[in-house]
Design a protein around this ligand. Structure first.
Ligand code: FM0
Length: 321
């Protein structure tokens, strides 16, 4: 009745933005990500007959009743399959700056799904785990796998899951620039909901995102780094543009986020291929050649503290510990 798993976070190159079903977390569009080895969550689950309720520790801090109930609802998907009503202690350690736009919910729910699978001896395969992780948070769907991962939108619970596309073992990496560690004030959940409901630009997103995805997949198949980078950058900007059109409008860019974007553009003009992307927070991620990361990081160090600049390689599949 004990399980422990580690899952790595992922950064979308083609973004998931908007749901067609809020309860099942079915996305409006398919998406594509890169799993990172520098940021992960490790979660241990112990089911214990003696417990009167579930208990949830995040980074050694006991969580509130609200958080615990949310977690309990997720655990119930597994309890149901195992025909079990026992409560559990969940201990989760995040090696990710929580809620700083670095998708801690992605690695969080993926690791929890793995730990629960092991603790209850369910032997669910990765495809099944990907579906259930999705019920916790959309981006967690992709964190079951390493490398480049595609999440096909699907149209019901059983058709919406991720699959690995390419192991990304061809000189790619990502530099994360921590512009601001603070918790974001509009969660991605709330932000995408508002965008779908009110932004006139959301139509434009839907009209073009599947074509972006197609082009990104071709670029990966051809190992065409520049093509992949270009489409990554333009897809991110397009997603952020939909938010400017929302009512009320909102924006995750901070002054320093834009500074990083300008550095990326300068480096490109100098012949260093690198491309930025951003999620529901001010931090900027730079898709680069691993071999060229030192040049990029040295340039960023003229503006940011060394601890704000983190290089990540490509992360693996969910691991059992
Ligand atoms: O990761 O409402 O998974 O594709 O990071 O929990 O399903 O936190 F900012 C864009 C991730 C959104 C793009 O949203 O939302 C991406 C985003 P939930 P998530």
């Amino acid at each position: 009745m004990r399980g422990k798993a580690r899952a790595y976070t992922n950064i979308a190159l083609i973004k998931y933005w908007g749901k067609k079903d809020d309860d099942l977390i079915l996305p409006m569009n398919s998406s594509l990500s890169l799993t990172l080895d520098a940021f992960y969550t490790e979660t241990e689950v112990i089911f214990d007959e003696g417990l009167k309720q579930d208990c949830f520790y995040l980074n050694e801090v006991l969580q509130s009743e609200k958080e615990t109930l949310k977690l309990g609802a997720f655990i119930n998907h597994f309890r149901k399959q195992a025909n079990c009503s026992t409560h559990a202690v969940v201990k989760s350690q995040n090696y990710v700056p929580t809620a700083a736009g670095l998708a801690s919910s992605a690695s969080g729910f993926a690791a929890l799904a793995g730990a629960l699978n092991q603790a209850l001896g369910l032997n669910l395969d990765k495809k099944e785990l990907s579906k259930i992780a999705r019920l916790g948070s959309g981006s967690a769907t992709r964190s079951i796998y390493g490398g480049f991962v595609e999440w096909k939108a699907g149209n019901c619970h059983d058709t919406s899951y991720a699959h690995p596309m390419d192991d990304a073992s061809w000189d790619v990496g990502m530099i994360v620039v921590i512009v601001n560690q603070k918790q974001k004030n509009i969660s991605s959940r709330e932000g995408m909901k508002r965008t779908v409901a009110t932004s006139p630009f959301y139509r434009g997103w839907l009209d073009t995102v599947e074509e972006d995805l197609k082009q990104a997949k071709v670029a990966i198949q051809r190992k065409d780094f520049e093509q992949l980078g270009k489409i990554t950058e333009s897809n991110a900007l397009k997603m952020h543009a939909t938010m400017l059109g929302a009512n009320p409008p909102f924006c995750y860019f901070e002054a320093d986020s834009i500074k990083v974007m300008q550095v990326v553009e300068e480096l490109r003009c100098e012949g260093v291929p690198c491309y930025f992307t951003m999620d529901a927070g001010p931090n900027v991620k730079i898709l680069c050649r691993n071999s060229q990361a030192p040049i990029i990081m040295n340039r960023l160090k003229q503006m940011f503290k060394p601890e704000q600049i983190i290089l990540s390689g490509v992360g693996p599949d969910l691991e059992y510990h």
